[in-house]
Design a protein around this ligand. Structure first.
Ligand SMILES: C[S@@+](CC[C@H](N)C(=O)[O-])C[C@H]1O[C@@H](n2cnc3c(N)ncnc32)[C@H](O)[C@@H]1O
Length: 240
C-alpha cells in the first residue's frame, strides 16, 4: 500500500519534474486540494494535461481557518478518503503546488497517516518552489558565500518577522501578498537600507504574472503593491 505526494511546481506545466509527470500519467486516483468547496484546484490545473482520461479526480477542501480543532477535523476526514482509495489497491497520488515540504497541506495528511496508518508507504516527489521560480525569472541571487536566508510567512506575527529580518541577509516572504505592506514598513527598523532592492511577484508562472523590482524607499510610497494571496517577496540587505 503506497501513497504518492507529487509537488507540481510553481504553475507552469513545463516546470513539473519528469518523475511527477510519469507518476501522474500512471495514477488511478488523484486527490487534489482546494481552499473552498467549488473552487478549482490550482495544483490540478498545473498538471491537468498530463492526466489520463481514465483517472478519477477527487478534490479535497482544506479551508483557511485559524481554529486548530476545526482544521484537524478536515485533515482527518480528508486522510480517511485517501486511505480508502489506497486500501482499495488503486495507484493513488496527492497533488500539491510548489514543493510538498514548504507550507503545503500535504504535511497534515502525512502526519495523520504516520499516526494512524503507518503501514501505508509514503513516496514524495519534490517540486520547484515558488521562490526558486521567482529567483530564476528575476535573475536574483538568494544567497552567496556566508549569507543567510530566511523564509517567512508574512501573514502571522510581525514581531517574529522582524526578528528574522534582523538576522538574515535575504528574506523570502510567502503566504499572502495582502500583508506585504506592513512587512515593508518594518524592514527599515530591521536594518534594511532605503536603497535595498525588493522584488515582488504575483501569480508566477501563469498568464497573469506580475513582477516588480523597487527600492525600499519607493515601495513604501506606493502602498498596495500586491493584493494577491499568490505573491512572493524577496528582500536583500545588500545590493551587490
Ligand atoms: C500554501 S503556500 C505553498 C507554497 C508552495 N508549496 C511552494 O513550494 O512554493 C502558498 C504561498 O506560496 C506562494 N506561491 C506559491 N505559488 C505561487 C505562484 N505561482 N506565484 C506567487 N506565489 C506563489 C505564495 O506566497 C502563496 O501565498
Amino acid at each position: 500500500m503506497k501513497l504518492f505526494c507529487v509537488g507540481c511546481g510553481p504553475g507552469d506545466p513545463d516546470l513539473v519534474t519528469l518523475r511527477a509527470i510519469e507518476l501522474i500519467k500512471n495514477t488511478d486516483i488523484i486527490f487534489t486540494p482546494t481552499a473552498r468547496e467549488g473552487k478549482p484546484s490550482i495544483a490540478l490545473s498545473v498538471v491537468q494535461k498530463y492526466i489520463a482520461k481514465s483517472t478519477e479526480i477527487i478534490t479535497l477542501t482544506f479551508p483557511m481557518l485559524k481554529d486548530f480543532e476545526l482544521l484537524r477535523d478536515h485533515w482527518k476526514k480528508n486522510t480517511e478518503k485517501i486511505v480508502k482509495a489506497v486500501i482499495s489497491g488503486k495507484r493513488v497520488a496527492y497533488l500539491t503546488i510548489g514543493d510538498p515540504a514548504l507550507y503545503s497541506t500535504w504535511i497534515y495528511i502525512q502526519r495523520e497517516l504516520e499516526k494512524t496508518y503507518p503501514e501505508i508507504e509514503i513516496d514524495i516527489v519534490p517540486g520547484i518552489t515558488s521562490f526558486s521560480a521567482f529567483a530564476a525569472k528575476a535573475k536574483l541571487s538568494l544567497a552567496e558565500g556566508d549569507q543567510t536566508v530566511g523564509i517567512i510567512p508574512a501573514c502571522y506575527d510581525l514581531s517574529k518577522v522582524k526578528h528574522a529580518a534582523e538576522s538574515c541577509d535575504t528574506l523570502i516572504f510567502l503566504k499572502d501578498g495582502r500583508y506585504f505592506d506592513s512587512v515593508i514598513e518594518m524592514l527599515s527598523d530591521a536594518g534594511f537600507k532605503e536603497d535595498s532592492i525588493i522584488a515582488i511577484a504575483q501569480d508566477l508562472s501563469s498568464d497573469g504574472e506580475v513582477m516588480l523590482l523597487k527600492k525600499l524607499e519607493d515601495l513604501r510610497k506606493s502602498k498596495g503593491t500586491t493584493q494577491k494571496y499568490f505573491s512572493v517577496m524577496v528582500a536583500r540587505k545588500r545590493n551587490d
